[in-house]
Design a protein around this ligand. Structure first.
Ligand SMILES: Nc1ncnc2c1ncn2[C@@H]1O[C@H](COP(=O)(O)OP(=O)(O)O)[C@@H](O)[C@H]1O
Ligand SMILES: [Mg+2]
Length: 446
């Protein structure tokens, strides 16, 4: 019995990075608003609408949007083509390919509902699929398509024909290994982009469909510099599905992309009840024994305190994982769970960065805490490097060195407010908030 009591509570049920619909809780106001916007657009057969979803990292943008778009598409499943593309770490080309491929795959099941127009649209989609899946296409592939659909007059106005009319398409003669000549066309970024845009226009003109694209983490797409990033993002938005729901973390390219949106949709922190509801959903998957122990006052009392210092579901789930995993909860021995060393242990479990210097983390959190103005926890380079604000934290020379700053940014512990503007300052990864003296004080209830 004693051994069973000492066993740590398992943490698999917390799954802090899952956005599965079955885990979704709370956010009923936001869900309703989002549904209403989509319903209006659906009724008006909108040609172009860009809804920007903004909010801090981990606040719940992806799970909310993904769940609502799925529900909405299910509600009108005979007319909605839903595509999700995640921009994280992929370049322009792969992004376009994923979008084109997703469009084809999700539109095909709806074809039978088009009646007479079915083969017209099917041929466009097959044409687009050629561009999505190949870096080079041959005249032979196009002939195969023509044979498949027949050369009927109304079918000749297809995607390939439309592209041939633009300057981006021109056959190149090349000699095959067999010695015969063949004609090929390289699929350039520009050509793929034009094909995608033309197909979306065709779908709008010839079908009652609504193409709903969810561009998740668009601003996380990989590009080396701003000069490449801006035109790429603009081009992606310019393909104009009927409705594009675009996600952006507040700290990235905020103003620039915000201007490209037709409407902003900002989601803020979750209140205490909401956070508890999110936990309850996950707790269903815990073992009965873990569930009981998690609900005991030895866990619930410290949990209440922790919940009161964050409104970010992801941060909370990570911290709880840390407290349970380190055996600090159930907290049978009073306040030991919120002693400095315990909080440092939890933070390091939550924000895993190999080789990080403990003392530097504490110093950083102290400066950030002191520099916070009215709940905004942004620090400027000068605050970190020179203690510009001359707060108590930096009076004893407690500043950050250039090397440390570089390390903190590289590891994501400090997040630029704007990736391309150094002067805009930085935000500390909120997982480190437990190290801020003002937070620790609140946890200790003093
Ligand atoms: N309303 C919610 N219901 C259930 N879990 C949530 C909710 N909001 C956030 N989470 C949890 O927090 C994590 C971060 O949410 P996510 O949607 O990925 O944030 P964002 O896209 O804003 O960075 C999710 O993986 C999920 O586990
Ligand atoms: Mg996300």
């Amino acid at each position: 019995m004693l051994r069973a009591m000492r066993r740590k509570i398992g943490t698999a049920w917390l799954t802090p990075t899952s956005i599965e619909a079955r885990l979704f809780a709370n956010r009923s106001d936001e869900s309703e608003q989002l549904m209403e916007i989509l319903e209006d657009l659906y009724q008006s057969h909108a040609r172009r609408y860009r809804l920007g979803v903004f909010g801090d990292r981990g606040i719940g943008k992806s799970i909310l949007t993904s769940v609502i778009l799925k529900d909405f598409a299910q509600r009108h499943k005979e007319r909605i083509v839903r595509v999700e593309v995640n921009g994280r770490s992929i370049g322009f080309r792969r992004f376009l390919k994923a979008l084109a491929g997703g469009l084809v795959e999700n539109a095909k099941p709806l074809l039978p509902s088009l009646g007479d127009k079915q083969s017209l649209v099917a041929k466009w989609l097959d044409g687009l699929a050629l561009f999505a899946h190949n870096d080079q296409i041959t005249e032979g592939q196009i002939n195969t398509l023509n044979t498949k659909y027949g050369m009927g007059a109304q079918l000749s106005a297809d995607l390939i024909m439309a592209l041939k009319a633009t300057s981006s398409f021109s056959w190149e003669e090349s000699r095959q290994q067999t010695g015969s000549m063949s004609r090929t066309q390289n699929v350039t970024d520009d050509l793929l982009h034009t094909a995608l845009k033309a197909t979306l226009q065709k779908i709008h003109d010839s079908t009652p469909w609504m193409v709903l694209v969810f561009f998740d983490d668009l601003d996380q797409a990989y590009t080396s510099d701003l000069a490449n990033m801006k035109p790429a993002l603009k081009a992606i938005l310019d393909v104009d599905p009927c409705v594009g729901v675009v996600h952006m973390r507040t700290e990235m390219l905020f103003d620039d992309l915000r201007r490209e949106m037709d409407a902003p949709f900002t989601i803020g922190p979750v209140d205490e009840q909401g956070l508890l509801a999110i936990l309850e959903k996950r707790l269903d998957a815990a073992s009965p024994e873990d569930r009981t122990r998690f609900r005991s006052p030895e866990v619930q009392n410290p949990l209440q305190r922790v919940i009161s210092v964050t409104g970010n579901p992801h941060v909370l789930l990570r911290w709880i994982q840390g407290f349970l995993g380190s055996g600090l909860w159930p907290a049978e021995n009073g306040a030991a769970w919120c002693a400095d060393a315990a909080l440092l242990d939890v933070v390091k479990r939550a924000a895993i960065v190999p080789g990080v210097d403990d003392e530097m983390l504490i110093r950083l959190a102290m400066i950030v805490d002191r520099c916070s103005v009215r709940g905004k926890h942004e620090v400027h380079r000068a605050d970190l490097l020179q203690g510009r604000l001359k707060t108590a934290a930096v009076q004893d020379g407690k500043t950050i060195t250039d090397d440390e700053l570089e390390f903190l940014i590289r590891t994501g512990l400090l997040i630029p407010v704007d990736r391309f503007r150094e002067e805009a300052g930085y935000r500390m990864d909120p997982l480190l908030d437990l190290l801020r003296p003002s937070i620790a004080t609140r946890l200790r209830g003093s």
